[in-house]
Design a binder for this molecule. Structure first.
Ligand code: MLT
Length: 312
């Protein structure tokens, strides 16, 4: 200990388990994606990749934990579109949300679905829009905090119907889903990786998928545009990050393991069951990831500013 040179540490990487921080609760969509790729990456790296859920505050607590970890490749972060909205949504953070990380590669892009407790007083999207306009803040919209994908989707929905609902924040949409199934909350917009199985089982009612086209996993579900809300569209992209200053050789090794995971047929087939797919391998590079992330920050900034919902 203490004698290894940085070059030697890189050549031996990894020689102990790696922590993959998931910035949301266990049992939710980020956790689902993370556990799948962690297992496949661990097989390629010859060391376990251990998932650690560090949820809360819209994904900023887990992100902060990785931004302040040693930049040695042993602590990495799986995060989503929140990496592009948090720099605008939060005025103050204890970490640098843009320069605190080295992108490793993109992972997947996931459609969202607008769902409600199964006994909601609406059977299609136009009836749901009418109900939202009639009840407004009398309806409870569950999300995973400011910076969550479910938060962003809620902002877009409330803007599209020009009505506010009461938001109920959770540490992740895994626990929020339990409350939606039991009817404690009314509505949620969440990733298909968390909703497909509940929709198929009929434990929640689905109103729309937020993509331009219908998806193969839920062929009967109309798009938001088909349901009468054109422009209510969002997909959630996920990427893998190391702390700023992690040596390029280690980032490259982690990227290689990520690419292997994305090419694993078992990973692709589970993703397909859940209404998503691995990104094309050309997009799973640190360079493409960085460029996409930066462009997405610029894309969402004016929309979030126009919606006017910020955290302190
Ligand atoms: C989660 O894993 O709980 C979700 O990604 C939360 C969200 O962003 O809506």
């Amino acid at each position: 200990a203490g004698l290894a040179t940085p070059a030697l540490a890189q050549a031996n990487f990894p020689n102990r388990p790696i922590s993959m921080v998931i910035p949301f609760a266990a049992g939710g969509p980020t956790d689902t994606v993370g556990r799948l790729i962690a297992q496949a990456m661990g097989a390629d790296l010859g060391q376990p990749v251990v998932v650690e859920n560090s949820g809360g505050a819209g994904g900023t607590i887990g992100a902060q934990r990785v931004a302040s970890a040693r930049p040695d490749g042993y602590t990495i972060l799986l995060h989503h579109i929140g990496m592009a909205t948090i720099p605008t949504l939060y005025r103050r953070l204890a970490y640098d949300p843009v320069n605190g990380f080295e992108p490793i590669g993109m992972v997947t892009e996931v459609p969202m679905t607008l769902i409600a407790r199964r006994n909601i007083e609406a059977t299609n999207l136009s009836e749901l829009v009418a109900l939202i306009r009639q009840r407004g803040e009398g309806l409870n919209y569950a999300n995973a905090g400011i910076g969550a994908a479910s938060h962003l989707c809620g902002l877009l929905l409330m803007k599209a119907v020009d009505t506010r609902m009461t938001t109920v924040p959770y540490r992740g949409t895994g626990p929020a889903m339990n409350d939606l199934v039991s009817g404690t909350v009314d509505l949620m917009c969440d990733q298909t990786t968390n909703t497909t199985e509940q929709i198929r089982a009929g434990t929640v009612r689905a109103f729309a998928v937020t993509t331009p086209e219908r998806i193969a996993a839920l062929p009967d579900l109309p798009t938001s545009a088909q349901g009468g809300l054109p422009g209510f569209e969002v997909s959630v992209w996920h990427g893998l990050y190391a702390p700023r200053g992690t040596p390029a050789a280690i980032v490259a090794r982690l990227n290689q393991a990520l690419v292997k995971a994305l090419q694993d047929p078992a990973v692709a087939s589970r993703f397909a069951d859940l209404g998503t797919a691995p990104v094309p391998i050309a997009r799973a590079t640190p360079e493409v990831h960085r460029a996409f992330w930066q462009a997405d920050i610029a894309k969402w900034r004016p929309l979030i500013q126009a919606a006017g919902q910020f955290a302190d």
